[in-house]
Design a protein around this ligand. Structure first.
Ligand code: FAD
Ligand code: FES
Length: 255
């Protein structure tokens, strides 16, 4: 496992506790595929000791980008790092399947910062036959909306407080879109990334045609600690999110 020294180029506060971290790291940028993540050493100190994993939002030239929400000590300290060297492990994990889905439409559903790897997927493969649905708690920052517009084009939004788009949970929005015939589950491949509670709420989708990114707790990030185990659906033990995933077919795991 090779450590890579990156250089923070910019770290932009987006509001709503989110930030856009831009890092120069050629070795990672050149190999990164959508769905993969980087395990970041927050500071060159003992605390926080464990690295924090973040999905790659974009990789172009020698630059990688991340969309991060402050949720605890590590992400808060990272949000305060504006310049300097940064210790990275990556790209880690398995990428999303290549979009060879025949006539099926790809339906991408992201909750919160879960939109980051999905946006990378659309851009990396210049995806055309797809729908993109973004579930947020409240109206996302303008910065994010305009970046979504640039990369995705048209997308649908739900917010829990109704400040933009459908009012309510993204799962209820998707159920409504299915009822209205806008999405046909039998002719779609679903790719989901978001909090575990959101992923669990989508278990009504066809499990053989649904892929989920697991963004739960992780420690080593490269397969040795079992801190990221998920139960196999066939009862034959566990899989490691960091090396067997983070992308799994719903058919293969228990959420
Ligand atoms: C593959 C992956 C991709 C992700 N991508 C993104 C992203 O793009 N954007 C984003 O905002 N967030 C992302 N996350 C979530 C992000 O890693 C967490 O928000 C972050 O770790 C929180 O760290 P913290 O120090 O701020 O929070 P805290 O709650 O203070 O600390 C959480 C840390 O505690 C430790 N920990 C706690 N319980 C366990 C356990 N059971 N096993 C091992 N370690 C434990 C881990 O080090 C964990 O990272 C991703 C997570 C994964 C696994
Ligand atoms: S995080 Fe250590 S095995 Fe996955």
């Amino acid at each position: 496992m090779k450590k890579i020294e990156g250089e923070i180029l910019n770290n932009i506060d987006l509001g709503e506790g989110m930030f856009h971290l831009i890092v120069s790291a050629e070795e990672i940028a050149k190999r990164a595929k959508p769905g993969q993540f980087v395990n970041i050493r927050i500071l060159d100190t003992l605390c926080p000791f464990i690295r924090r994993p973040y999905s790659i939002w974009s990789a172009e030239g020698d630059v990688i980008e991340f969309l991060i929400k402050v949720s605890g000590l590590g992400s808060r300290l990272l949000s305060e790092r504006k310049r300097g060297k940064i210790d990275l492990l990556g790209p880690l994990g398995r990428a999303y399947p290549e979009p060879n889905f025949g006539d099926n439409e790809t339906v991408l559903i992201g909750g919160g910062t879960g939109i980051a790897p999905l946006m990378f997927y659309v851009k990396y493969y210049s995806l055309t036959n797809f729908k993109f649905i973004y579930g947020a708690k409240t109206c996302p920052p303008d910065y994010l909306i305009s970046r979504l517009g640039e990369i995705i084009g048209d997308f649908l939004v739900s917010t829990e407080d109704g400040s933009l788009g459908f009012k309510g949970l993204v799962v209820d929005y998707v159920k409504e879109l299915i009822r209205d015939g806008y999405i046909d589950p039998q002719k779609s491949i679903f790719i989901l990334c978001g909090p575990l509670a959101m992923l669990k709420s989508f278990q009504f989708l066809p499990p053989e045609n649904t892929y989920v990114s697991m963004e739960g707790k992780m420690a080593c990030g490269f397969g040795v600690c079992m801190g990221c185990a998920v139960k196999r659906r066939d009862g034959k033990g566990y899989l490691r999110t960091c090396t067997d995933g983070t992308i799994f077919r719903l058919l293969d795991i228990e959420l």
